[in-house]
Design a binder for this molecule. Structure first.
Ligand code: PRX
Length: 571
């Protein structure tokens, strides 16, 4: 194969000794960077925040550079530490204790980050929900987690089905509340009254910290449970992969409703005490470039779908901005097209570094390290301390260049510790000591990994993971829809779009209006990113004899591919 290789750009990068580190590194070596290594007292909020606030040289450093279309704010480590103490005190007043689940359903704002760290400080488990979720998505997650407190805004409160949530004792509202009754807690009022001193709850490294719901190919969304121990890997990858240095201005574009927005939008930069740009609202290419220019962003972590959007707006647009501060770009969430890397070199004079990981893995595992050459189209190599391989369905390792299951030797620090309330689901991820990702890939002779696709029916649309079952379930709630099968259909800019095949109940006739109504039904009931862009009405949906929808067959039909084994197809 004629392989393109992009050499390391001249510069002073972390982890120059990758090969040696892979041989000799042990995760124990990383402990020295944490306060708990000598005090024995653990809490992520301490390491990411209070530790810097206690350091006279760091306390007035800007932690959060917040910007939204209508608001700008700078928050120092010292301030964020105190403000999160206040929030922890509020939770304490309402009886929240270690291990309770406290959810956040709100847009990115300084209040989000204050509340988030307050939750960690009391030892509770934070559950951030993406602001685009609609009622069904909110209900599923709050019910499953048995959350006791929710922090939300007056606008989003409408989507919280309070009558269906018996465990939800308190709702804290950020923003102007119309309801004068004492049904809700006013964030602003309580923060003003709260003390900024708080005795942090020291926890165990294996105690819970975070619940991120994500989709599989079957069933409702699963609560992926992460513990404080993950900080070891957030810190390590912050150094090796994000290449963070003291004076960096870092920007991760992901929302904290998704794991990238917590692991790399919160933990990695703040464990390193680096200034973190948080941009709220929707983005246009001009917003992106303006943000990079205005704050002098040096390290930028984004996603292929965003980069493809920038590519489609052309190289000339970039030239209108001074992006000379930028020194390092990374991408995650979907395959990073080699053409985008080529474009990045022309547009920014920088390589774009692909990184691979998942909600379940908690942190980056296979990456393009700045100190190594980039092979466009490859996800890169495993970080030190992580063993990755390609295995067959029994968990046996396959030789180079053979496609199979992308698998990771279980036991890396940030690995999920449970699927909430679902131990059998958790166990189903592991075969023969390997965590099996559900992605197919191969490894070349030099140890670079190449992504090939998903092995299950999980859809990746604009970098967002959508479970077809969730969409199908919502579709059949619509009175016109009898049955539904949902697939991901390849799309040049979005990676995949969601396509639904449906059958209609007898009394309904197909029409443009009806299909649009059904689409809106999913959009307003579940979430915008889960709404099918295409809906096709059919006479029947292919199912197995046991009644499972054969999405694979739908996909083959859609793409005009051979249909393969259909022996289980219902007559
Ligand atoms: O299929 C892979 C794809 O995104 C999935 C994980 O999605 P999620 O849990 O939402 O986490 C996304 C961000 C951590 C994976 O199973 N994926 C993630 N990164 C890449 C990728 N596909 C190709 N290349 C990547 N770099």
């Amino acid at each position: 194969m004629d392989m393109q290789v992009i050499p390391v750009k001249k510069g002073d990068f972390n982890l120059k000794d990758y090969d040696r580190m892979r041989e000799t590194f042990s995760w124990d070596d990383m402990k020295q960077y944490f306060t708990w290594n000598h005090t024995g007292k653990v809490n992520m909020a301490y390491e990411a925040l209070d530790r810097h606030a206690e350091d006279p040289n760091k306390k007035d450093k800007i932690a959060l550079l917040y910007s939204a279309p209508d608001r700008e704010e700078k928050v120092t480590f010292g301030e964020l530490s105190k403000e999160s103490n206040k929030f922890a005190n509020i939770l304490k007043n309402y009886g929240i204790v270690k291990g309770d689940r406290v959810f956040l359903f709100m847009p990115r704002s300084p209040e989000f980050y204050k509340a988030f760290f307050g939750i960690l400080k009391i030892g509770a488990v934070a559950g951030p929900l993406f602001e685009a979720f609609m009622e069904q998505a909110v209900r599923d997650r709050l019910q499953d987690s048995e959350a006791r407190v929710l922090i939300t805004t007056p606008e989003l409160l409408e989507r919280v089905p309070q009558e269906d949530l018996p465990d939800l004792e308190n709702i804290i509202i950020v923003g102007d509340l119309k309801d004068e009754s004492d049904k809700y807690i006013d964030f602003k009022k309580e923060m003003e009254a709260a003390s900024d001193e708080f005795e942090i709850e020291w926890v165990d490294l294996e105690d819970g910290m975070l619940l991120h719901y994500t989709s599989g190919s079957t069933g409702k969304p699963k609560g992926v449970y992460h513990v404080h121990n993950a900080m070891i890997q957030h810190y390590a990858t912050g150094e090796w992969v994000l290449d963070l240095k003291e004076d960096d201005i870092y920007w991760c574009t992901a929302d904290p409703g998704w794991v990238t927005g917590t692991s790399y939008g919160i933990f990695a930069p703040w464990l390193h005490g680096v200034t973190n740009v948080i941009r709220g609202g929707r983005f246009t290419p001009d917003d992106w470039y303006q943000t990079l220019e205005k704050y002098g962003v040096t390290v930028w972590y984004t996603a292929p779908t965003a980069l493809r959007m920038l590519v489609s707006h052309g190289e000339d647009k970039v030239k209108n901005y001074d992006l000379s501060s930028l020194r390092h770009i990374m991408s995650v969430g979907e395959p990073l097209n080699p053409e985008v890397i080529t474009w990045g070199i022309k547009a920014f004079n920088l390589r774009i570094h692909d990184t691979w990981w998942m909600t379940e893995t908690g942190a980056q595992l296979i990456v393009n390290i700045p100190a190594l050459e980039v092979r466009p189209g490859s996800m890169g190599k495993p970080i030190p301390g992580v063993e990755a391989s390609i295995v067959d369905n029994e968990g046996n390792e396959l030789p180079p260049n053979q496609m199979g299951n992308l698998a990771i030797k279980a036991g890396w620090p940030s690995m999920m510790r449970a699927i909430w309330n679902n131990p059998s689901k958790y166990e189903s991820y592991f075969i023969n000591g390997w965590y099996v990702s559900g992605d197919s890939a191969y490894r070349d002779e030099d140890g670079y990994f190449w992504f090939q696709g998903r092995l299950d029916d999980v859809i990746n649309t604009s970098g967002e993971r959508v479970g077809p079952f969730e969409v199908e379930s919502k579709l059949i709630e619509h009175p016109a829809v009898a049955e539904a099968g949902v697939i991901g259909k390849p799309h040049p800019e979005r990676g995949e779009i969601i396509k639904a095949f449906i059958t209609l109940n007898a009394e309904y006739e197909e029409s443009e209006e009806l299909l649009e109504e059904i689409r809106q039904f999913v959009k307003t009931g579940l979430s915008a990113h889960a709404a099918p862009r295409e809906i096709e009405v059919r006479d029947s949906i292919p199912k197995t004899r046991s009644g499972k929808i054969m999405r694979r067959l739908l996909k083959s039909w859609e793409l005009g591919l051979p249909t393969g084994d259909t022996s289980t197809l219902e007559e």
